[in-house]
Design a protein around this ligand. Structure first.
Ligand code: NAG
Ligand code: NAG
Ligand code: NAG
Ligand code: NAG
Length: 349
């Protein structure tokens, strides 16, 4: 069974629909700065005549697997987010590094080493290829799969207009330059988001994805050990009781590779626990803690925490729709990859 989706008040649904349409045209406007190739537009049901079963094949496959392994949901959400942040939502995160002397792919960038879900996307793509060979892009498969996985654990759903084309380049250097880094300040994060056409509120709401998932100790160990200027080595912006607990139980050494739930106690439930933790200075990553260093962001978070969960679902979904349109390739740009791990010119049967 599909996990129940929370019924949204009619007004909220209307608002989401309106903003999603606005975003689609926003995407095509951004696309016009492209490389002189023919531009298209993302639109709802792009494959409705070329591959009518595509969205159902993807959704059914994802729901089946999320039921068996719910951690697939945070994994796919993170994969889609990383894909969009590095050279746009063009499936480049899915490409393997090429052989000797070849390009080292985004997949192999240090922050990406803990990404999961590649195999699942490859299998979904295979299922879609069986129905309609060479029609549906890997970028769209990933965007739809991430949405369906989050909805399948009872999280929000959002509109995913399709028509993304796949990129042919994946570069570890681009990944290191474009990906947010957990140690960035609020200003640095906001600037990075602005470079992608995303606002400060998108930064705040997309961070809400940390309500599901886990983080390796190594990604926040600098806040627990040897923090610059802190006599006891602990980042003073981290709640002291929580910090002591982490050092004693979860992350006993700075190089510990243990996993810690980013929303302790409900890391597979899309709820307000993450924002409550952040307000109590219990956000794990430096970038989580950074959110409450900005007064407006802190007020936004407090307001969502005080509201019914549907409000978080609505703002999160709206920002996800925006993220999914970042620097997309459309029209005749890019290609429709046959296998998500390799570009068409390297594809071998
Ligand atoms: C570390 O020291 C600071 C003051 O220098 C204090 O505010 C904080 O609570 C201490 N943290 C821990 C984990 O002891
Ligand atoms: C990519 O390769 C597949 C299989 O050969 C083909 O169906 C598809 O049209 C190709 N796409 C592009 C844009 O070259
Ligand atoms: C991509 O890399 C993965 C992991 O190294 C490997 O299992 C897979 O076979 C590769 N896919 C292709 C199409 O080369
Ligand atoms: C664990 C790990 O490999 N961390 C690396 C993540 O990437 C940054 C660069 O963005 C490196 O400095 C870290 O060492």
């Amino acid at each position: 069974m599909v996990a129940p989706t929370v019924p949204l008040p009619a007004m909220v649904v209307l608002l989401v629909a309106v903003s999603a349409m606005a975003l689609v045209s926003g995407a095509s406007m951004r696309g016009r700065h492209g490389q002189g190739q023919q531009q298209g537009q993302l639109r709802m049901g792009f494959y409705s005549s070329s591959c009518p079963a595509a969205e159902k094949i993807i959704g059914d496959y994802v729901r089946l697997h999320v039921r068996r392994a719910p951690t697939v949901a945070p994994a796919l959400l993170r994969l889609h987010y990383h894909d969009c942040f590095v050279s746009g939502c063009d499936g480049s995160i899915l490409l393997n590094s090429t052989g000797t002397g070849g390009q080292q792919a985004e997949k192999d960038a240090a922050p990406n080493l803990t990404l999961r879900g590649f195999d699942l996307i490859d299998r979904v793509k295979t299922a879609v290829e069986e129905a309609c060979p060479g029609v549906v892009s890997c970028a769209d498969v990933l965007a739809l799969a991430a949405r369906d996985a989050v909805a399948a654990i009872g999280g929000p759903s959002w509109r995913v207009p399709t028509g993304r084309r796949d990129g042919t380049v994946s570069s570890v250097q681009d990944a290191l330059r474009e990906l947010p880094n957990p140690a960035m300040s609020f200003t640095e994060l906001a600037a990075l988001f602005a470079g992608k056409g995303l606002g400060v509120r998108d930064l705040v709401w997309l961070s809400g994805a940390h309500t599901i998932g886990v983080a390796h100790c190594s990604s926040f160990a600098d806040r627990l050990y040897g923090y610059p200027g802190a006599g006891n080595g602990t980042d003073p912006s981290l709640d002291a009781t929580y910090a002591a607990n982490l050092r004693q139980h979860k992350c006993r050494t700075p190089i510990s590779n243990s996993l810690v739930e980013m929303n302790p106690g409900s890391f597979l439930t899309f709820d307000l626990g993450y924002y409550r933790a952040v307000l109590k200075h219990r956000g794990l990553l430096g970038s989580d803690a950074a959110l409450v260093t900005d007064a407006a962001a802190r007020a936004d978070i407090a307001s969502v925490v005080a509201s019914p969960p549907e409000v978080f679902f609505q703002v999160f979904g709206r920002s996800m729709a925006k993220l999914g349109a970042v620097q997309v390739k459309t029209g005749s740009q890019g290609e429709i990859r046959k296998s998500c791990a390799v570009v068409n010119s390297s594809y071998q049967n």
